[in-house]
Ligand binder design. Structure first.
Ligand code: PXP
Length: 258
């Protein structure tokens, strides 16, 4: 992990989210495919971290998966979780390297929006304090919005993750004007957050087609990518999919950094 305040390096970290390996496993209720095996393959393919979202309803990653990942991987684990007492107790028991606080609604298919840090500022400040004291690097998953960034900074979160969903949705829909506006917002807000001293990550919905312009944003330190990679793995295998994502990121970053 970088120090807060340091200039972003040329290399952009890739966190591979393995939730949907567990989704496929849970469709049959047996032990395969095993998310730990996917995490180990991701490491071999050049991932810099493993991300897993322990949802309240345990629809994909389970408590046993978190135990297995903590024991079995050497890469840092980024535990995504809602701001609930149950999840915080689990995080404090395992002490993963990073904890990303995400909004969670039972009826949603995936994490739809960013966290409302500005609205729940005091409660979130109290919520993350024990995690910070336990040595977890806490990030807030937020929209690229000045108010949410300022609130994240005020509550003492060292890291934010910007939601790239709106940019990716517009890319898939072929809505060029919206895509470019969303990208410009990500660029501006990543710079704003860096200037405050925050470490800036991004993710949600990224694909081989959409990752380049995001990877080129110089103020970003890390991307977290899951669903597309697991889907692509069906056709080309997980290692090949991750290696290509890594290459797309590195190429875009090299062009941007010059
Ligand atoms: N970052 C966060 C905080 C997320 O909640 C997710 C989805 O779980 C991702 C990144 C990865 O999104 P995707 O699976 O669409 O690549």
């Amino acid at each position: 992990m970088s120090e807060v305040g340091a200039r972003p390096s040329g290399r952009l970290r890739l966190g591979v989210n393995i939730d949907h390996v567990a989704t496929v496993r849970n469709a049959r209720g047996g032990p395969t495919p095993d998310p730990l095996r996917a995490a180990l393959l991701a490491e071999a393919a050049g991932a810099d971290g493993i991300t897993a979202h322990l949802r309240e309803d345990r629809r994909h990653i389970t408590d046993a998966d978190i135990e297995a990942l903590m024991a079995g991987i050497s890469l840092p684990l980024n535990l995504e979780m809602a701001a609930t007492p149950e999840m915080r107790a689990i995080a404090l028991r395992h002490r993963p390297r990073a904890v990303c606080i995400v909004p969670e609604k039972r009826e949603e298919r995936t994490t739809e929006g960013g966290l409302e840090v500005a609205r729940d500022e005091n409660a979130l400040a109290d919520f993350i304090l024990p995690l910070r004291e336990a040595g977890c690097r806490v990030s807030m998953f937020i929209a690229a919005d000045r108010r949410q960034i300022e609130a994240s900074h005020r509550i003492g979160a060292p890291v934010i993750e910007l939601h790239t969903g709106a940019y990716c949705d517009a890319d898939i829909a072929g809505d060029i004007a919206t895509r470019d506006a969303e990208l410009a917002r990500l660029v501006e807000m990543a710079g704003f957050a860096r200037a405050l001293g925050l470490e800036v990550h991004a993710g949600h919905g990224l694909t081989f087609d959409s990752v380049g312009p995001v990877a080129a944003i110089p103020d970003l330190m890390e991307l977290n990518i899951g669903h597309f990679l697991i889907g692509e793995a069906i056709f080309v295998g997980l290692e090949v999919a991750i290696r290509r994502m890594r290459a797309e990121m590195d190429t875009a970053r090299a062009v941007a950094v010059g």
